[in-house]
Design a protein around this ligand. Structure first.
Ligand SMILES: [Zn+2]
Length: 317
């Protein structure tokens, strides 16, 4: 039977429901947890997060994939209690948002060491939580070019993915040639890789979408809702209609089965204020109505929110 690792145990793929495939319970830069200016009590974190997850459930959301890297505030015991209280499946990741957010202990590690660590978190568990990672996160460091450390992490992730059958999500899809080379050298089929943030303002123009599709990769339009129309938009915002038109153009070219959507929102950001007015529930309050308005049918919406993520997340072994 096909299954997916969640923080409360492995579940059959059919039980995932609608999936938000690239999200954060709380994301912060390494060290932000030591900064008293931003430190939050557990009560504050629950108060900010639980209502969003409950609403997610009410809208028909089933699974929330948290792709907060190892050093960016990932907190699996907390995710377990959130999942138990709200009924939302939460998938946790192993891996790193990028080489530039890996703390020195990991930044100095060899490919072999990183591979063993990722495989342990997928097959045995994350620290003493008993929860197994369901996806592997990798990414391109700031600067838009893969660094030597990024490449070491990508190679370890590819080996861990081949060994365990768990898929890989990337932070950024720019500079994909070295990434594709590594995945191919390690024998990882590209349909096990979701190239993320292919839709945001600064990165969309620099992402070779069709080049990735032609090689079998999947693409994440996973920053839906970060719009220039927001009251205080972040630097990665993009005009709402422009993003939607870009997305629909790829659907119309026949790439539906290789596309995934998400909001990349933070329920309770760590060490920064977050982006006001943006939550994971944008998928239900805005994206689905926008798609319907544009003439997209319910079967296509189900493919995007249920079938594609289920196919991607299923452990292949
Ligand atoms: Zn993210």
């Amino acid at each position: 039977m096909s299954r997916v690792n969640t923080v409360l145990g492995s579940v059959p793929t059919e039980e995932l429901g609608a999936v938000a495939v690239h999200e954060h319970i709380g994301y912060g830069m390494p060290g932000s947890e030591l900064d008293t200016q931003w430190w939050k009590t557990p009560e504050e974190r629950y108060a900010e997060t639980v209502p969003k997850l409950r609403r997610f459930r009410e809208y028909g959301g089933g699974t929330f994939v948290d792709v907060t890297g190892i050093c960016n505030g990932r907190d699996v015991d907390y995710y377990k209690s959130l999942s138990a209280k709200t009924g939302v499946h939460i998938v946790a990741c192993t891996g790193f948002v990028g080489g530039d957010t890996a703390l020195p202990h990991f930044a100095r590690a060899t490919v072999d060491y990183l591979t063993r660590h990722f495989v342990h978190e997928i097959t045995v568990g994350i620290a003493d939580t008993g929860s197994r990672a369901g996806v592997i996160k990798v990414g391109v460091s700031r600067g838009g070019r893969m660094t030597e450390l990024d490449k070491r992490i990508y190679r370890a992730a590819a080996r861990a993915s081949v060994a365990t059958g768990v898929p890989i999500l990337t932070h950024l899809a720019i500079d994909p040639q070295p990434a594709v080379d590594i995945f191919e050298e390690e024998g990882l089929p590209l349909h096990r890789v979701l190239f993320g943030h292919a839709d945001d303002g600064p990165n969309a123009p620099n992402t070779p979408h069709e080049w990735i599709f032609e090689r079998g990769g999947r693409i994440g339009f996973d920053t839906f809702g970060y719009e220039t129309e927001l009251e205080d938009p972040p630097f990665w915002a993009r005009p709402r209609q422009e993003r939607l038109d870009h997305f629909l153009s790829l659907v119309n070219k026949g790439y539906l089965d290789q596309l995934l959507v998400s909001a990349d929102a933070n329920c309770s950001p760590l060490g920064w204020p977050g982006v006001k007015g943006h939550t994971v529930n944008y998928l239900f309050t805005d994206l689905i109505p926008d798609l319907r308005e544009a003439g997209v049918d319910d079967a296509t919406i189900k493919t995007l929110l249920e079938d594609n993520p289920a196919d991607f997340l299923t452990i292949r072994n």
